[in-house]
Design a protein around this ligand. Structure first.
Ligand code: ADP
Ligand code: MG
Length: 261
């Protein structure tokens, strides 16, 4: 193993995953540097969510290697063990405890926090309180600490869930289509949040909204039929013949352009 190889936070090598003979992920090789914010785009069915399922241990690969940090083989671990290593995943639909306050939601997610019943009767110590307020301020919800999570807007629920993930201090954050269903303003704020987290955490974002991709992306990976079609800056990817063909070839889908007026 070479020296350069050591700085990857995530490495997938020749990974294949079939469902009933259909290769959802096909000989996929993908590397991500520590601290990087990477965006993965691709048409529906390209295998983006399956890729996250494979990283998080929700699905097992048929073939290939998936390594985290310094040579940790993720394919041998279960979902819970992978989460404990510091890989947090944010699904598309927010899942927060709607009957609990924003503050309590973060509290319940803190590293080492106990179960929901214990928390109801336990007291928050001052170190925890500071940490919870820091997290709320990071995700822009400090004013909402006492609000029931159920009455937050869709965007605020998404930020709360990102805060809940951050409470576990993940090394790698996997975020599936965070801008879906958000207003333009919420989308922009989400972009700023993710940019502010990059460096401290490594972040892999799956996204469709090209305005948002342009806002946050340094390096974009285009996934198509379960493999990498192209990698580069947003401009490089948008100008790539193969990428244009894939999106145009789909007929109804437009090529990934920035939705500028
Ligand atoms: P994307 O997130 O890029 O839209 P997915 O990873 O969800 O794509 O799906 C890739 C392909 O794999 C699709 O054709 C999908 O139908 C198929 N697929 C994904 N998960 C399963 C599963 N659990 N069982 C059968 N087929 C699946
Ligand atoms: Mg998907």
């Amino acid at each position: 193993m070479t020296q350069a190889r050591k700085q990857f936070i995530l490495a997938l090598e020749a990974v294949t995953k079939s469902f009933d003979g259909f290769k959802a992920i096909h000989d996929l090789t993908f590397y991500m540097d520590e601290g990087e914010l990477r965006v993965v785009i691709g048409p529906n069915g390209a295998g983006k969510s399956t890729m996250l399922d494979l990283i998080t241990g929700r699905t097992r690969p048929d073939r290939g290697r998936i390594e985290f940090g310094r040579d940790i083989d993720l394919t041998r671990l279960n979902e819970w063990q992978i989460n404990r290593l510091g890989i947090g995943r944010k699904f598309q639909t927010p899942s927060v405890y709607t009957d609990h306050t924003v503050f309590e939601n973060i509290w319940l997610s803190l590293e080492g926090a106990r179960g929901i019943l214990d928390c109801l009767f336990a007291r928050v110590d001052s170190a925890q309180k500071d940490r919870i307020h820091d997290l709320l301020s990071t995700v822009g919800l400090q004013e909402r600490a006492a609000t029931k999570a159920g009455s937050l807007s869709h965007g605020q629920k998404q930020w709360l869930e990102i805060g809940m993930l951050l409470a576990q201090n993940p090394k790698l954050l996997l975020v599936d289509e965070p801008a879906a269903g958000m207003t333009d303003e919420e989308t922009h704020k989400t972009g700023e949040l993710l940019l502010s987290l990059a460096g401290k955490h490594s972040i892999l974002v799956i996204e469709h909204d090209m305005t948002f991709v342009r806002q946050i992306a340094r390096q974009v990976t285009v996934l198509h039929q379960g493999s990498v079609l192209c990698e580069g800056t947003v401009d490089e990817v948008q100008a790539d013949e193969k990428v244009i063909e894939v999106y145009l070839g789909r007929g109804k889908r437009h090529p990934p352009t920035t939705n500028e007026p």
